[in-house]
Design a protein around this ligand. Structure first.
Ligand code: ADP
Length: 477
């Protein structure tokens, strides 16, 4: 069912319930009000009639017809009767046309006891409201006065009201439903238009197009803005992806060209010395190694882009750092760079929730760079300390440092400083490091001065609960 139909249906249903409640309320108020009005009017008239009665020898006597304010009772729906003490009629209104009002023994007994009564009785197949009251002279009851009103005209009015209310409500409902249907279309038309525009964007695959945002700030404008923001993010992600693919193919082309060149050279030249052949092959091997690390980096980032989350568990930080520093010391030997670890400031058993392999990779990337961009005989120092709910690991070196021009970009994919381009790097290391840090809810920052050195600082949230005996010990390597 369309939203428009649903809205109209709800609207009409609510109106129908409201109208029904209103009808019930009207009858609940009107009926008792009318009843009370009738009772009070016949009581007043009975009182007036009783005042016109005269007495002779304590007998009720209605002097002459003209003295009775009969005109009041000429209304065809009013009847009145005066009886003497025995109940014999001494006066009756013309409207009764010689008839009588019902005066049951119980009614008269009540009146005799001095109590007036109201009752609804039938008179000649019509409902009447009857008031009977005693006429008292001194302390004696000398007669009775009875006034009645025919209820048929009141019923007719009520029936009339009912007869008008029902079709009236029905007509109102139809008008409201049609109005609601038209209004819903009016209200939903901007939505419809928005839907069509969004569909057109999807069909044309034009992720750079945007929905027109209405100038008033209503729900439709909010929806359009939200949709546009989503498109912004999609476009940014799409651009990034395209740039990534372009950069990756570009980066892969260079080693492939070098390999191709060397292979061609080896094929063509038949009179090569062993040394020349070895040099060409070493070139090929170096390029293959570079490509391998490039492809590994690409794979890691592709995994990051696919939003695959790491499996984290409490890991003791000291073990990870010791393992990484040990590996780095082996690699640094060739460059005659010293690598030291200072973890005195680290809390005993300091743990983080981490994927140990990825955390090791993060530290290794920083250590590799610190060794790579260093001078012969230089130093690298890893300092770890615990500070206000986090563990801070810094990797500092006294190497080349990073120029202020490069500093804001070094975490970007494929970014390498001009001086680093000749090296065997891929420009992916720090991008991967940042992704790993993000996955660990960690912060990674850098401070550096050219020709003085650099310091990379990783702040990891500490595991709040201490690693108990029930938890698997972190892997040591
Ligand atoms: P690469 O494979 O080129 O090392 P990275 O993403 O790891 O790629 O680093 C990006 C750039 O940041 C490097 O090319 C280098 O210029 C700079 N860099 C990173 N670490 C250091 C460091 N410790 N000292 C000096 N420069 C660094």
């Amino acid at each position: 069912m369309s939203l428009r139909a649903k809205l109209t249906l709800w609207f009409t249903a609510i109106l129908a319930v409201a109208l029904a409640a209103f009808g019930v309320f009207v009858f609940a108020v009107v009926t008792p009000t009318l009843d009370a009005e009738i009772d009070s009017s016949i009581q007043t008239r009975a009182h007036d009639l009783a005042l016109s009665v005269r007495f002779i020898n304590n007998q009720v006597f209605v002097p002459t017809k003209s003295r009775v304010p009969d005109s009041q009772f000429r209304s065809p729906s009013m009847y009145s009767v005066i009886r003497d003490a025995r109940g014999v009629v001494v006066y009756r209104s013309e409207t009764l046309q010689g008839g009588d009002l019902p005066a049951g023994p119980q009614t008269l007994a009540q009146a005799h006891a001095g109590l007036p009564t109201f009752e609804t009785v039938r008179l000649a197949d019509q409902e009447i409201r009857l008031y009977t009251a005693p006429i008292i002279l001194g302390t004696r009851i000398v007669g009775y006065v009875q006034v009645a009103r025919n209820l048929s005209d009141i019923d007719a009015v009520l029936n009339h009201l009912r007869a008008w209310l029902l079709p009236g409500a029905a007509i109102l409902l139809v008008v409201a439903a049609v109005g609601g249907w038209l209004l819903a279309r009016l209200a939903l038309r901007p939505m419809d238009r928005l839907g069509q525009e969004a569909r057109a964007i999807g069909l044309a695959r034009r992720i750079d197009r945007r929905l027109p945002v209405p100038p008033v700030s209503d729900e439709v404008a909010r929806l359009a803005t939200t949709f546009n923001e989503m498109l912004d993010r999609l476009e940014a992600a799409f651009d990034l992806q395209q740039r990534f693919v372009a950069d990756a193919s570009h980066e892969l082309r260079t080693p492939l060209t070098t390999i191709q060149g060397n292979v061609d050279f080896l094929r063509r030249s038949t009179d090569l010395t062993a040394a020349e052949r070895a040099e060409a092959l070493a070139d090929v091997a170096a390029e293959v190694a570079r490509m391998t690390s490039l492809v590994q980096g690409l794979l890691a980032l592709a995994r990051a882009d696919a939003d695959r989350h790491l499996e984290r568990r409490p890991v003791e930080l000291r073990h990870v750092l010791a393992g990484a520093v040990h590996q780095a010391q082996v690699r640094a030997r060739a460059a005659a760079v010293s690598v030291d670890l200072d973890d005195i400031g680290l809390a005993p058993g300091a743990s983080v929730r981490a994927d140990p392999d990825r955390l090791d990779e993060l530290v290794m990337i920083l250590l590799d760079n610190a060794i790579k961009y260093n001078r012969p005989g230089g130093w690298v120092q890893v300092v770890a300390r615990t500070d206000a709910g986090s563990h801070v690991v810094s990797v500092a070196d006294g190497g080349h440092g990073i120029s202020p021009v490069d500093l804001p970009h070094i975490f970007e994919r494929f970014y390498r400083s001009a001086s680093a381009r000749a090296d065997d790097g891929t420009g992916l290391g720090l991008a991967i490091a940042r992704w790993i840090a993000d996955e660990h809810e960690a912060r990674i920052e850098v401070e550096s001065r050219p020709n003085v050195g650099s310091r990379f600082i990783v702040t990891l949230p500490a595991v709040s609960a201490p690693v108990g005996p029930g938890i698997t010990a972190p892997s040591s390597r």
